[in-house]
Design a protein around this ligand. Sequence first.
Ligand code: TMO
Length: 316
Amino acid sequence: MNFSKLTISSALAIGLMASAPMTTMAADSADPIKIVVNNWSSQVVLSNIIGQLLQSKGLNVEYKSSDTQLQYTAMTAGDMDFQVEVWEGSQAESFDKAVKAGVIDLGSHTAVTREDWWYPTYMKEMCPGLPDWKALDACAAKLATAETGKKGRFVGPPADWGKHYSDRIQALKMNFQEVPVGQAATLWAELQAAYDRKEPVVIFNWTPNFIEAKFEGEFVEFPTYEPACLTDKKWGSNPDAVYDCGAPAKGYLKKAGSKQLGEKWPAATAMLKKVNFTNAMIASAAALVDVDGMTPEDAAKKWIATNETTWKTWVN
Ligand code: TMO
């Protein structure tokens, strides 16, 4: 048993060395860098890509599953060290607080992001005036279900994603009800079922994502986001409520590190600052899992094997 295990791991080590000789990051701590893993595919694949690249440099890593809001409490406390996808639309509020408490902004990816209500394009015939949110609201009856009574059904994100859609529905006095899913896969199942029958459906979606390569659709246009919308009740069409606006249409995607990251692993930190994914790279990373059915670990291996020119610019 032990012997065969040893043989396999040394064969792997030799294989790795033969194909890509790498220096270790000698100044860095041998303690594991704790990488935050969330509950949507691109984030999990990207986390595995980063973890595997760090391991190839001789560093130890550990993957830690976390809620997208509580992760910042954990990072502030140094219980988690690295987050590869900080989405402006769903994490900015908790991220900004964490930065004030010592969490490090490790810079932005090239990717431009958006997260909001989304519908398949065929709905434009059923609800004239889309993508305007008022046109969607006028069309609420077409989205009514037994579950939502007279109100339109909006299939919302898992509770931990930091959106405030029930608040938005109230603030904009919409004739809708949010029905949140427990996990991302349910969003895609809802979309697929409606799409096959050309039935109306409005779900939470985001870009970059694998969805855009498989389904035709677009985001609902809500009142244009400004930061004051989240903090100043007087801002926007409802003078008594916050959240009377859409999410940022051109949001950032950042990376975040714990305070101890730079202190304990300076070489790794220098690399993580250089990590940079584009929209196309993130959408195809998600597709490896959501379309091709790969495990995130295998998807990451495949990505590393096929994108050497990209990651070489980060690690060297
Ligand atoms: C946080 N997310 C990218 C899933 O919208």
